[in-house]
Design a protein around this ligand. Structure first.
Ligand code: PLP
Length: 386
């Protein structure tokens, strides 16, 4: 990206062009993949901008350029997983600092906070951040970070990012948003006042279920300096091949997201009328408790649908085993549709009591609606629910 003109461009233009200027050596329209771990120097310390690939790599740099452009950030850092990205961010805090985290958070994030980072004397509390009064109730003198997932995983609660950022302003509290579910196509937290965004790029950004990766994106110089140092010094970087793959996947992000959300809405509407379904959760349904906020905050509702089947674990398992197009697997955000059971699969790391309090019950099922023909997806659910 070269300047203000590019900043004004639409998200799909950025997705195709940012970090993709033709290669100066031979004019390759698709820049080559730089696999080298190290770079020749003409004299000690004299090189062409890169000395060692943990510190920087041309392929990773191009990929970090598009990541920053998509979120309208000034800095992006690519990590080897979404959790490595979250870990790097939270490790910038000091012992004794406190983090307020939304209660319905990805199980792996909960495990990282509770079982690893807590042992480094960082304090965590978990709260329902959809409650407008919650900020004053939860924030303490030592609070340094508010951690938001919105839509949350797996219950798809919507948290008012702008409101929380206004409350945090002037209090030396960073607001971090996990934007994995919405993607920058539908929600750009930095524009709403957040300090930092993270992604599990494993999901929609890559979009093809063949890379594990993460990203931290920010326009806050202090965050950038600290996270950049941890990326370099602790070294959980995204390798060049994976960076190349995600950069390639990002080019179709805009059209994929449109398709995901269009089909997800149809699937959600179908399920809402089905006699064997107790309740459907999708931010694009008017029955969603934060539908108005979702409409205001998001440019689209994305492709994840959660629902409670009438019955128990056996009934849920019956559906999960009978689908033919939906694949029973963890993860989300790929072109193929996935189905999963949060209580047994993605959120098993949450203690049972917390799962029960939140509503991550045996009857809860989560869909990642892919880009197949939606009639086939609905037909698949129909036969599996018979
Ligand atoms: C919302 C969210 N954030 C973070 C992660 C962790 O990402 P990764 O699996 O790439 O480490 C996940 C993984 O499912 C997720 O769903």
């Amino acid at each position: 990206m070269k300047g203000d003109n590019e900043k004004q461009q639409g998200i799909s233009t950025k997705a195709v062009h940012a970090g993709q200027e033709p290669d100066p050596s031979f004019g390759d329209v698709i820049p080559p993949l730089h696999l080298s771990s190290t770079f020749a120097q003409s004299s000690p310390g004299v090189h062409k901008g890169f000395d060692y690939s943990r510190a920087g790599n041309p392929t990773r740099q191009r990929y970090e350029t598009v990541l920053a452009a998509l979120e309208n950030g000034t800095h992006a850092f690519a990590f080897s997983s979404g959790l490595a990205a979250i870990d790097a961010l939270v490790r910038t805090l000091s012992p004794g600092d406190h983090v307020v985290c939304c209660d319905d958070v990805y199980g792996g994030t909960f495990r990282l906070f509770e079982r690893i980072l807590k042992n480094q004397q960082i304090e965590f509390s978990f709260a329902d951040l959809t409650d407008p009064e919650i900020f004053e109730k939860e924030v303490r003198d030592n609070t340094k970070l508010i951690w938001i997932e919105t839509p949350t995983n797996p219950l798809l609660k919507i948290i008012d990012i702008e409101k929380i950022c206004k409350q945090a302003k002037g209090r030396s509290i960073w607001v971090g948003v996990d934007n994995t579910f919405a993607t920058p196509v539908f929600q750009r937290p930095l524009e709403l006042g957040a300090d930092v965004v993270i992604h599990s790029v494993t999901k929609y950004l890559n979009g093809h279920s063949d890379v594990i990766g993460g990203a931290v994106i920010t326009n806050n110089e202090e965050v950038a300096e600290s996270v950049g140092f941890i990326q370099f010094a602790a070294g959980a970087v995204q390798g060049p091949f994976d960076a190349y793959m995600v950069h390639r996947g990002i080019k179709t992000l805009g059209i994929r997201m449109e398709r995901h959300q269009k089909s997800a809405l149809k699937v959600a509407q179908y399920l809402e009328l089905h006699p064997k379904i107790e309740k459907v959760i999708y931010p694009g349904l008017t029955s969603h408790p934060q539908y108005e906020l979702a409409k205001r905050q998001m440019g689209g509702f994305s492709g994840i649908v959660s629902f409670y089947i009438k019955g128990d674990l056996a009934d849920a398992n019956r559906l999960l085993e009978r689908v033919k197009i939906f694949c029973l697997a963890e993860s989300l955000g790929g072109v193929e549709s996935l189905i999963e059971h949060p209580a047994v699969m993605t959120h098993a790391s949450l203690p049972q009591k917390i799962r029960e309090e939140l509503g991550i019950a045996d009857a809860l099922i989560r869909l990642s609606v892919g880009i197949e023909d939606v009639e086939d997806l609905i037909g698949d659910l129909e036969q599996a629910l018979l």
